[in-house]
Design a binder for this molecule. Sequence first.
Ligand code: AP5
Ligand code: MG
Ligand code: ZN
Length: 214
Amino acid sequence: MRIILLGPPGAGKGTQAKDLVTKYGIPQISTGDILRKNLADKTPLGLEAKKYMDKGELVPDSVVVGIVRDRLKESDCKKGYILDGFPRTVPQAEALDAALAEMKTPIDKVLSIEVPDSELVKRLGGRRTCRSCQAGYHVMFKPSKKEGVCDSCGGELYQRDDDKEEAIKNRLKVYMASTAPLIGYYKNKGMLATIDGVGDMKVILDRMVKALKG
Ligand code: AP5
Ligand code: MG
Ligand code: ZN
């Protein structure tokens, strides 16, 4: 199964993708995670991307399209995959269409996760992520057992640089301007399912599984 998770910052793309990985045994491909890994490793790509990411701007299309094109050729993608945070612009979606047409592996479904802005701001402000295993937490909605420590691996929990107020505001603005048009793009292709992203995380997963079956 090949799935795209579409939705604003904080909608729960990463949270839900991890449960879908467990459920379907297919990998999560998060361009944000790949860029942050490059940054942590201080690669030229990571250092270049940081300039955009810290401000909540999008990294240029050519950069992310190249990353995803290479990633989709890896063997673990044969069974399918979950794209999390890509595509994010119409040119990215067109480049993905072209690459998948060449590989003869079309996307099965695009899940558009809807959450109101006020809730997004709360989610992003309290998010914590494990530095070692990337597990996601929230200080109120999904706290770790011990503050600042990952339940699964004991790693250190950190707050993302772009989860500060100014960057959050800009990310929401950039989403509306550049990414939200993809909802219409995929609706026109008959590939879109809308998911109510408010509520218990497990209930939201059920909504997704139902949409993927339908
Ligand atoms: P990226 O890492 O993709 O960030 P994003 O789109 O802003 O999305 P987030 O990761 O912030 O949100 P999410 O939907 O994954 O939410 P999460 O599950 O963590 O991108 C970062 C940057 O990289 C971009 O700004 C850009 O610069 C660059 N980039 C990446 N891809 C790019 C591309 N394709 N093109 C160009 N540039 C690109 O949940 C958030 C919080 O809420 C967590 O704490 C979680 O525990 C909590 N939560 C989740 N679900 C619920 C729930 N149901 N109830 C209560 N709390 C919940
Ligand atoms: Mg994410
Ligand atoms: Zn961890």
